[in-house]
Design a binder for this molecule. Structure first.
Ligand SMILES: Cc1cc2nc3c(=O)[nH]c(=O)nc-3n(C[C@H](O)[C@H](O)[C@H](O)COP(=O)(O)O)c2cc1C
Length: 353
């Protein structure tokens, strides 16, 4: 992720991303918040108090190097990861591609990350019962999610998730189980049948009292959606993150459109809206939904909330709109809620569903 800038956009996308995260990491220590807190936007989801419903999606700050900076931009939650038990390099470069004419990105990173333990050493522990003595100071009302995955060469993928959940639980406000990346061969198979049920049962046993979210792919058949919804309900999953990148290619114009990998950004929005509606129906609104995919404005965030999302997350719009985007979305969202007479953001959730 690199913000739109004529010089940064001349660099290879991954090089620009690394520079941006390094700069943000340095700024976070001295920076002041860009977005004031707005009482109307505060909301409680899965028992967690979020200062606002706009979160940073996983993958931007995989290794947790610039968490404070992203909170400083206005995000109510930051999800780090995906983190695997053992560090791994990911796929050969180049592996991130900008699609400027489509306001989109294709990536095939393949869970490149410095490993769970290295990221946990950078994370402050939340102010919660049972925080270990000597742990770093609390993040106050900022919500930190830790997204966990399996190593590419793991002989037992479920064991990798259980390890991740167990290690991350004392340090996270919530944990996300990511079984929806298209860039680790076979990973999405965990979204089906007995493999899914075994995985969720094992992870819910390992999580202790930390809420656990499941992140799904948009590339699902109706039967898959029902199956996932039922498994999530049966295993008391606390929220569903709908959705990851897509392997479909809906009418793209940019030169990089034929690259292999997961597509994100504006062209993903129609599919993300459809999957939000699908999961709302399939779960009977019994599990909170977090809508991700092409959210790029206060109006779009508001529409997702009204369609049944309790929270939204974003990644790709930040690349094209720049660091002022989260604060702008919060201002726009607040104005829209006020216009329509909602005193809290939670009152708007699902009114159009
Ligand atoms: C370069 C890149 C890397 C990503 N890495 C991860 C990841 O490690 N784990 C994950 O769960 N999602 C990852 N995602 C998916 C995003 O979290 C998000 O679900 C998706 O991009 C759709 O949102 P957007 O359209 O706002 O970008 C990544 C996305 C991009 C563009």
């Amino acid at each position: 992720m690199a913000f739109y800038h004529p010089i940064l956009f001349r660099l290879d996308a991954e090089r620009a991303h690394t520079l941006t995260i390094a700069a943000l990491g340095a700024w976070g220590k001295a920076g002041t918040p860009l977005a004031p807190s707005v009482p109307r936007l505060a909301t409680t989801v899965a028992g967690i108090a979020f200062p606002n419903p706009v979160g940073l999606a996983a993958g931007v700050d995989k290794d947790g190097r610039a968490i404070d900076s992203f909170f400083g931009l206005g995000f109510g939650s930051v999800e780090i990861g995906t983190l695997t038990p053992v560090p791994q390099p990911g796929n050969p470069k180049p592996r991130i591609f900008r699609l400027p004419e489509d306001r989109a990105v294709i990536n095939r990173l393949g869970f490149n990350n410095g490993g769970l333990d290295a990221a946990l050493s950078r994370v402050c522990s939340p102010a919660k019962a049972g925080a270990q003595a000597g742990s770093p100071p609390s993040r106050g009302n900022k919500v930190l999610g830790i997204n966990v995955g399996a190593n590419k060469d793991a002989s037992d993928r479920t064991a990798d998730y259980v390890h991740g959940v167990t290690r991350a639980a004392p340090h996270a406000d919530y944990i996300t189980i990511n079984i929806s990346s298209p860039n680790t061969p076979g990973l999405r198979d965990l979204q089906h049948g007995a493999a899914l049920r075994d995985l969720l049962a094992a992870c819910t046993t390992a999580k202790g009292t930390t809420p656990i979210f499941l992140k799904v792919a948009p590339d699902l058949e109706p039967a898959d959606i029902d199956d996932i919804a039922r498994a999530a309900l049966d295993n008391r999953i606390d929220a569903l993150i709908v959705n990851n990148t897509t392997i479909s290619r809906p009418g793209l114009r940019s030169a990089n459109a034929k690259e292999t990998g997961g597509l994100s950004g504006a062209p993903l929005a129609p599919l993300a809206r459809q999957r939000l509606s699908d999961f709302r129906k399939a779960t009977g609104a019994a599990i909170p939904l977090i809508s991700v995919g092409g959210v790029d404005s206060g109006a779009e965030a508001y529409a997702r909330l009204r369609a049944g999302a309790s929270l939204v997350q974003l990644y790709t719009a930040l690349v094209y709109e720049g660091p002022g985007l989260p604060a702008r979305i919060l201002r726009e969202l607040d104005a829209l809620l006020k216009r329509d007479g909602f005193t809290t953001v939670g009152d708007a959730v699902g009114v159009d569903a």
